[in-house]
Design a protein around this ligand. Structure first.
Ligand SMILES: Cc1ncc(COP(=O)(O)O)c(C=O)c1O
Length: 443
């Protein structure tokens, strides 16, 4: 089959069991993208579609950046695969050194994985192993948060807090509790940036710890800004309070930065943008600009030092993946970092965030069905009152309307999720906001 023909969907779409998708509905009215460049996708019939969610929160430097593509091409013809189990290839070391240059102060190692889910499971395992290496192996409990998303591994799903995503899979890991989520429409609806009220949601941690005894808890994991749970920026002071409580009780704090890492909030990591330093940071997505799967866990030196004791022959962490440090992923990620730095993409994101905030909040004028609008950095959400007895239907109708009019936004339940490539310009911001307004007026 010629390559050109592969752009034409086959007659039967049956064999591919698509992830996180109502397969039968999709296959009865499929939508395809076949090319992408910069801010846009192209459909098989040649329509250009503005990407308002960076693929799936990942294409921060825009699609098919020539420098990233060239690095992948070059690497694929040079060293396609080498294991990182007791073996090395220089690129993985070059890349990880470079990540450390932008990591928050105090972080000096990164463990590489193949996805965000693997990164989260790795971070949870590091937390357990860290305590064990210090003679505190009784610290086995983990604390997540309602409405959080930490990927699809059993560890990540256990600490995640989106019920319908867990329902099919039984009881998960034992010993997991959840903090309350931070979405508070009564006090914070239509907040710009970090909401004013809600530091008390962090105080709930003390209550959970009282119930289970803090000395049994290994780690608390949160997304600095909850993403797939509906883009929920942290209330002012919330993350700092979590840090204070976890430090007080010797509990590790993990920031899941799979969405916020690599520039989404205008700094390399949310930890820097929001001024709170955790012990472990997970990342993926923007790490390799989505071009080759990759994930990682940044590790604070205190954690790494504690785990690097004992004889040199010791495997410090009995954990790793066939694709940890994959040469193509490292090539893509190194080129991605170059692009971020040479083109000042994080700084651009920081500069345009004010225009983004103004445009997203201006959508409020489109109609009374809008229940809340939220933003932080280049993240945004427009939450819509559900139609009676039809949850999610209105948001989906607006997303469909946007797609028909050349803008790709994502409907998650009753919320439209926005997370554009960080190279977005003012006109494109206006196009996204206009398209959502029209979609809402058309309801
Ligand atoms: C915060 C967060 N953690 C983890 C993941 C899982 O990443 P992946 O889908 O690459 O496994 C995601 C994916 O969206 C995410 O948003």
């Amino acid at each position: 089959m010629s390559r050109a023909n592969l752009d034409i969907p086959p007659n039967s779409l049956e064999a591919y069991w698509m992830p996180m998708t109502p397969n039968r509905r999709f296959k009865s009215a499929p939508e395809f993208f076949v090319e992408a460049k910069g801010m846009h996708y192209r459909t098989p019939d040649g329509r250009s579609v503005l990407d308002a969610i960076a693929g799936l929160w990942c294409v921060n430097a825009g699609h098919c950046h020539p420098k990233i593509i060239e690095a992948i091409r070059h690497q694929a013809g040079k060293l396609d695969y080498a294991s990182s189990f007791s073996l090395g290839h220089p690129l993985a070391f070059h890349y990880t050194n470079r990540v450390m240059e932008i990591a928050p102060k105090g972080f000096d190692h990164i463990f590489l994985a193949g996805s965000g889910s693997e990164a989260v499971d790795t971070a949870l395992k590091i937390a357990l192993a860290y305590h064990r290496s210090r003679g505190e192996g009784h610290r086995q409990r983990l604390i997540g948060r309602q409405r959080s998303y930490h990927g699809m591994g059993f560890g990540g799903l256990s600490v995640s807090g989106i019920g319908w995503q867990r329902a099919q899979f039984g009881v998960m890991l034992p010993g997991v509790s959840h903090l309350p989520h931070t979405h508070d429409l009564t006090r914070n609806a239509f907040s710009k940036g970090e909401p004013e009220h809600g530091v008390d949601f962090a105080d709930a941690l003390e209550g959970i710890l009282t119930a289970m005894d803090p000395s049994t808890v290994a780690a608390v994991i949160v997304e600095p800004v909850a993403g797939a749970g509906g883009v929920l920026p942290p209330p002012k002071g919330y993350l700092k309070r979590l840090r204070e409580i976890t430090s007080k009780h010797g509990i590790l704090l993990i920031f899941d930065e799979v969405v916020t890492g690599f520039g989404r909030l205008g700094a390399p990591f949310a930890a820097q943008a929001l001024g709170v330093t955790p012990d472990l940071i997970t990342c993926a997505k923007g790490m390799s600009n989505g071009a080759v799967p990759m994930g990682g866990v940044l590790v604070h030196h205190q954690v790494h030092d504690a785990m690097s004791q004992g004889p040199e022959t010791t495997v410090e962490l009995a954990h790793g993946y066939t694709y940890s440090g994959h040469p193509l992923a490292c090539a893509a990620a190194l080129a991605t970092l170059d692009v971020y730095q040479e083109e000042g993409i994080f700084e651009k994101a920081a500069r345009i965030a004010g225009k983004w905030e103004a445009a997203i909040h201006d959508i409020r004028g489109a109609g009374g069905v809008i229940r809340d609008i939220r933003n932080l950095g280049l993240l945004g959400a427009v939450e819509i009152e559900p139609a009676p007895n039809a949850p999610g239907q209105r948001a989906r109708a607006v997303a469909n309307h946007c797609l028909e009019n050349g803008v790709f936004v994502r409907a998650l339940g009753d919320t439209l999720i926005l997370s554009p490539p960080l190279i977005i310009n003012e006109d494109q911001i206006g196009q996204i906001a206009d398209s959502i307004k029209k979609g809402i007026r058309a309801l």
